[in-house]
Design a binder for this molecule. Structure first.
Ligand code: HEM
Length: 138
């Protein structure tokens, strides 16, 4: 299976237990990295998790459209600078996102899913960080 199929498959399994990457993702993130909690608005949890998930799904829809990815994720990374997000936090969020998915998928989760998510999130992060660097340089 290619990376996109592995991602779509694992999101589909996780979606059987809606709301998907929502509360549990934040529980894991704030437990492991309590220092990020103050960055988030007090009631934004569910809406924010939905946005993260929608943004990843939108990126998957454009996975072969390099120009769209560079533009969209670059702008996203630039906005995140204003939210107080630092570069190292991307690794924390990726780790917790993958941990949440693995938990939701249970026995069906494989090393291939883990690797596909690591590669894809890493690629998206690279584009977001490039946008963040451009924003800081301005
Ligand atoms: C590639 C990874 C990420 C994606 C796709 C993503 C997606 C989003 C989206 C779609 C929004 C809605 C607002 C907007 O579009 O500007 C948002 C807001 C936000 N994100 Fe991210 N994000 C990512 C990484 C991170 C990281 C690493 C952090 C650090 C903790 C973070 C913290 C936030 C915060 C604090 C907000 C504003 C929430 C609020 O106003 O309460 N995000 N993110």
């Amino acid at each position: 299976m290619n990376d996109k199929d592995l991602l779509v498959q694992s999101i589909g399994w996780a979606a059987e237990r809606e709301p998907v990457i929502t509360r549990r993702f934040y529980e894991i993130l704030f437990a492991r990295y309590p220092q990020v909690q103050p960055l988030f608005g007090r009631n934004s949890g569910d809406a924010q998790a939905r946005m993260l998930q929608d943004a990843i799904l939108a990126a998957l829809d454009h996975i072969e459209d390099g120009a769209w990815l560079t533009e969209t994720l670059g702008a996203l990374g630039a906005r995140h600078v204003a939210y107080g997000v630092t570069d190292e936090m991307y690794g924390w969020v990726g780790e917790c996102l993958i941990a949440t998915l693995a938990e939701h998928c249970g026995d069906r989760w494989s090393n291939d899913h883990h690797a596909a998510w690591g590669r894809t999130y890493g690629a998206l992060t690279g584009l977001a960080l490039a946008g963040a660097a451009r924003a800081r340089a301005q």
